[in-house]
Design a protein around this ligand. Structure first.
Ligand code: ZN
Length: 136
């Protein structure tokens, strides 16, 4: 089900907690909502649809979900960039790493490890920041 996008900064600054198998509906809603915003949005965190759980959805070549993602390694030095966010107005300056390794559970709650680079790595870092209550 497509959910409205939360813009309340106070709510978005609350740190999310780990998701469980009980959160399947949240996962589906997050995917549906990201799909609905495909043209202007490449990633979404569950708190952006009002649920403080550690779930993010990434729209890269395919749309995929990361549950309870944790950045295990950041490679090299961060670079300066600018990002926009559906929950915020305009673009803001931030620092990102070009390459990261992340552990997470996939949609079927199977443990996975992913090394992402470039734009995909940037999206993942932005969405994991959301889970930690950090908005650019
Ligand atoms: Zn955002």
């Amino acid at each position: 089900m497509i959910k409205p996008i939360i813009k309340d900064q106070f709510f978005l600054k609350i740190k999310s907690v780990d998701a469980t198998i009980e959160d399947k509906e949240v996962i589906q809603n997050l995917k549906d909502t990201l799909k609905a915003h495909k043209k202007e949005c490449v990633g979404m965190a569950a708190n952006m649809i009002g649920v403080n759980k550690n779930i993010i959805a990434i729209q890269e070549k395919n749309l995929y979900v990361m549950i309870n993602p944790v950045i295990k390694e950041r490679f090299g030095l961060p670079y300066d960039t600018e990002e926009g966010c559906l929950s915020l107005k305009g673009a803001r300056a931030t620092k990102r790493y070009n390459k990261i390794t992340v552990t997470y559970l996939d949609e079927n709650f199977r443990p996975k490890t992913k090394t992402a680079v470039g734009f995909e790595a940037q999206i993942i870092q932005h969405e994991i920041d959301h889970l930690n209550g950090i908005i650019i």
